[in-house]
Write a protein that binds this ligand. Sequence first.
Ligand SMILES: *Cc1c(COP(=O)(O)O)cnc(C)c1O
Length: 361
Amino acid sequence: MNVIYNFSAGPAMIPQDVLCKAQKELKNWNNLGCSIMEISHRTQEFYEVIKEAEKDLRDLLNISDNYTILLCQGGARGQFSAIPMNLIRNFSGADYINSGYWSNSAFLESKKYCTSKSILIRKIKNNQTYLLKPSQWNISDISAYIHYCPNETIDGLSLYEEPSFHKKIVIGDFSSFILSRPIDIEQYGLIYASAQKNIGPSGITIIIIRKDLIGYASKLCPSVFNYNIIYKYNSMFNTPPTFAWYLSGLVFKWLKKQGGIKKIAQLNKEKSDLLYQVIDNSDFYINNINKKNRSQMNVVFHLFNPELDKIFLEESKKNGLYALKGHLVVGGIRASIYNAMPLEGVKKLVKFMLFFEQKYG
Ligand SMILES: *Cc1c(COP(=O)(O)O)cnc(C)c1O
């Protein structure tokens, strides 16, 4: 079988080692004679799986006991509603840092529950898009929390400075950022991520929340989204997506084996540098984002002649490079290179880009 490299933005690549292990034990997991999908989430065996997954995630991200990890369904978009319902408390509004498609979507959803304020931090100078630093954000004196998104998956924009506001609760949508580089959890009240970008299969959403923020859900908050209920039931108030949970656990083990998050972060930088170098060395490929705010996870660019987009996508696919089409709202090309994308995959894309430029440039 020819090796293919999958640049999909999500659901995205899962490490080969993880898929092979899951395949090997698919029909006979843990010598039970059946699949892990077929056993109750309340068995001792499954309990061991989640205990282990939680421990590994805590190790990887250095999560202290002040925080608890909740697992939820409904994706990151579910959290766009759950967050205001759980954390608005007796405040009237919250601050939403607006840097692109996803943070704006979170803002729009929150308006159903509170009078949120959108703080636009995306700017253009000398034809380059950049993001205002946290110290430049015009936040409110009084607000329940500050919500932001460190990696805009669709726009290819990242914010690498971690926001630190005295006595303010900072919330981050880390869906395409989590586990890609070290972070200081203590700066946040809550971070959340749907799994299908940088963790595992879709269906599971990870919420890392400071314990003192639990217990303030509004009366109308659905029980499946109520952090206090999820916490009390160890994320098993309703039946969890057990297979997604198990597979995520395998990914955490794989990450540890790769040397942990610091090591992964170096590799992620190396991978994205390779692509941005090709883009910057040519007039054929264009990315107008300031170097400080370029995403290492989602490298977006367009061709100087948009009519070539289609040919680029067709030919790259023939060369075993899949899913490079940019999101509908921005067009162009997007190479999502999460943790599971090996360096060889990026090198192959680089080679293809140089070849394509020679042919059509
Ligand atoms: C993909 C994504 C979402 C949406 O996730 P769902 O699981 O589909 O709800 C939200 N925010 C960011 C940053 C994303 O990348």
